[in-house]
Design a protein around this ligand. Structure first.
Ligand SMILES: *Cc1c(COP(=O)(O)O)cnc(C)c1O
Length: 379
């Protein structure tokens, strides 16, 4: 089955009770048993729920994995992965990381004796030099947020395999429409399903997909034991979102390209960060590992300050000033004061997240309206 068909039919079948084409929202915490242990596969909804199961199976299918796990948020999914570790273990991670992930690593798990190395991952040597006998996990985000650097998943997976490390990839920005990390050698794919998978800015959810049963069993144990699951209504919404992922992503990519090219040609713009440009430093890797280049774009206007960036964002009328990304509607954000405010200014600026940086999540509206909006706001 090819990708577009999988988004609609992957691991799905009509509901057994009445043939409902979409799985019912099984809004129940528990399930009747005929005798103790005599149930139909479901006992208690923290452990399993049929609506969540339908979604988890769909997620596994579109990521070319065998096992899907859905959580109450992207961060809850990351939290579950980190719980595979023990005090003394070390993690190598990208330095240009989603702010909430950085905070979880640096302010929660570091208190439990786990050590983190935040590095560039521009070359494979950067990673090798951090590996020691305590290293257990490599955490990769690509494209990175908000600088749109591309990390070579296949190259990182070779090192991970060589040293028997778990490689986890946050695939939130790319989605399986653009890249499938498990096919490139990753062990775990993570999503903030809040973003493109849900796609309509109406739900907060996280997901993990893996291929290996042993790893899946450990994660299922953590999912059930820690309990950060999502509810049946949210599961239904994200399952519905996934069914149009391919058509939405195609338009996000088309609009993203048009907006990136418009900004690059604007006299007041200093820099546009979008992996589709031939001059983007990781363009070749992006071309190899991604089907297209997505709708996430960051840019900086010339000689601009914190205040100038805020002024542009506040002037936008079609783009909504908001946290988050990946919905049908276009959003604009100011990483330094919003998504990345929890990263110290010095750390932030080292990876390019300067005060004047603006990040766009280009939606699927008519692109002429988006460009017109940027034109009036930038001037
Ligand atoms: C939003 C986001 C997260 C966190 O997900 P939540 O659903 O907000 O908990 C993690 N990684 C990336 C890249 C994100 O954009």
């Amino acid at each position: 089955m090819k990708f577009n068909t999988k988004t609609i039919h992957g691991n799905q079948k009509p509901d057994e009770a009445y043939g409902a084409v979409m799985p019912p929202i099984y809004q129940t915490s528990t399930y009747a048993q005929s005798t103790p242990g005599g149930h139909k596969g479901f006992e208690y909804s923290r452990t399993h729920n049929p609506t969540r199961k339908a979604l988890e199976d769909a997620m596994a299918s579109i990521e070319n994995g065998n096992y899907g796990l859905a959580f109450g948020s992207g961060l809850a999914a990351i939290d579950a992965v980190l719980k595979l570790l023990k005090p003394g273990d070390e993690v190598i991670s990208t330095n240009d990381l989603y702010g909430g992930t950085y905070r979880l690593f640096n302010q929660i798990f570091s208190n439990f004796g786990i050590k983190f190395h935040f590095i560039g991952m521009g070359t494979v040597e950067d990673i090798s030099s951090c590996i020691n006998p305590n290293t257990k996990l490599i955490w990769v985000e690509t494209p990175t947020n908000p600088m749109m650097n591309i990390i070579d998943i296949e190259a990182v997976s070779k090192i991970a395999k060589q040293h028997q490390l778990i490689l986890a990839v946050d695939n939130t920005f790319a989605t399986p429409y653009l890249q499938r990390p498990l096919d490139l050698g990753a062990d775990i794919v993570m999503h903030s399903a809040t973003k493109y998978l849900g796609g309509h800015s109406d739900v907060v959810m996280g997901a993990l997909v893996v291929k290996e049963k042993l790893l899946a069993d450990k994660l299922y144990f953590i999912q059930n034991a820690s309990g950060a699951i999502c509810g049946p209504m949210d599961s239904f919404l994200v399952l519905r979102g996934i069914k149009t992922l391919h058509v939405r992503m195609q338009r996000h990519c088309e609009n993203g390209r048009a907006v990136a090219e418009y900004l690059a040609g604007h006299s007041k713009i200093e820099n546009v960060y979008w992996p589709g440009f031939e001059h983007h430093p990781n363009h070749e890797i992006a071309k190899r590992q991604m089907k297209d280049f997505g709708g996430m774009i960051s840019f900086v206007t010339k000689d601009s300050s914190f205040k100038d960036a805020i002024k542009i964002i506040e002037s936008l009328k079609v783009f909504t000033l908001a946290e988050s990304l990946g919905g049908v509607e276009s959003l604009a954000g100011h990483p330094a004061s919003m998504t990345h405010a929890s990263i110290p200014k010095e750390e932030r600026e080292k990876s390019g997240v300067v005060d004047a940086l603006i990040r766009l999540s280009v939606g699927i509206e008519d692109v002429e309206d988006l460009i017109e909006d940027l034109k009036q706001a930038i001037g």
